[in-house]
Design a protein around this ligand. Structure first.
Ligand SMILES: [Zn+2]
Length: 205
């Protein structure tokens, strides 16, 4: 019986390990939170022409909303939004979508510039932050829970990977520059999160 139990356990371990590695889009496995991840090629993005290495781990995470485009709730809609934002940002001479990552209402995480490249999203904070954009207009309406949970899980992934400092400070875009972003409803939510900082301090670099 004991041998049988051990064999069964071994089979279960092998099955679970295989299922994790057979789906490279599931990140955060082993954490209480996980999310579906779409790379730039998954959403049909073009290659960046602005690749400047980000010094990691970064001390700041900056939260954004898009305002426009509005919320997307399926991968098809969110992928289209990613392409339109990338086109727009490239038309401004930025060489890529400005954000490091974007998140859809269904909790899907979309790769922007990723963990290792400097984004264009928050002026003076670009060189030492990860910019995460929650797709939608979150001035009045609150983002769905799945979107918020993926945001937290994504930041946690960054901490675990050594890309985000374990003592990082979380701020909203409007704390860095004169803007309404990330919208009052979203800002009120992130201001309750553990790493939220009332104060953004410029770092000379
Ligand atoms: Zn913003």
């Amino acid at each position: 019986m004991a041998t049988c139990g051990i064999k069964l356990l071994l089979v279960l371990v092998i099955i679970s390990v295989c299922s994790v590695y057979s789906n490279p889009n599931i990140y955060g496995v082993g954490l209480p939170l996980s999310y579906v991840y779409y790379t730039k090629s998954d959403w049909g993005g073009v290659q960046s022409t602005d690749v400047r290495p980000l010094k990691t781990p970064v001390p700041y995470v900056v939260i954004h909303h898009t305002y426009i485009p509005g919320a997307c709730s399926t991968p098809v809609e969110c992928k289209a939004d990613m392409r339109s934002m990338q086109n727009y940002h490239i038309s401004m001479g930025w060489g890529d979508i400005g954000y490091n990552f974007c998140i859809g209402s269904d909790g899907g995480v979309y790769e922007g510039r990723g963990w290792d490249n400097i984004g264009i999203h928050a002026g003076p904070a670009n060189n030492y932050s990860i910019g995460i954009c929650l797709i939608g207009d979150w001035r009045v309406e609150e983002p769905p829970e799945a979107m918020l949970e993926s945001t937290k899980a994504l930041i946690e992934t960054g901490v675990l990977n050594g890309k985000v400092s374990s003592t990082y400070k979380l701020v909203g875009h409007k704390q860095v520059m004169a803007t309404e972003c990330p919208g009052n409803a979203l800002f009120n939510i992130i201001s309750e999160w553990p790493h939220f900082s009332n104060k953004f301090t410029r770092i000379k670099n």
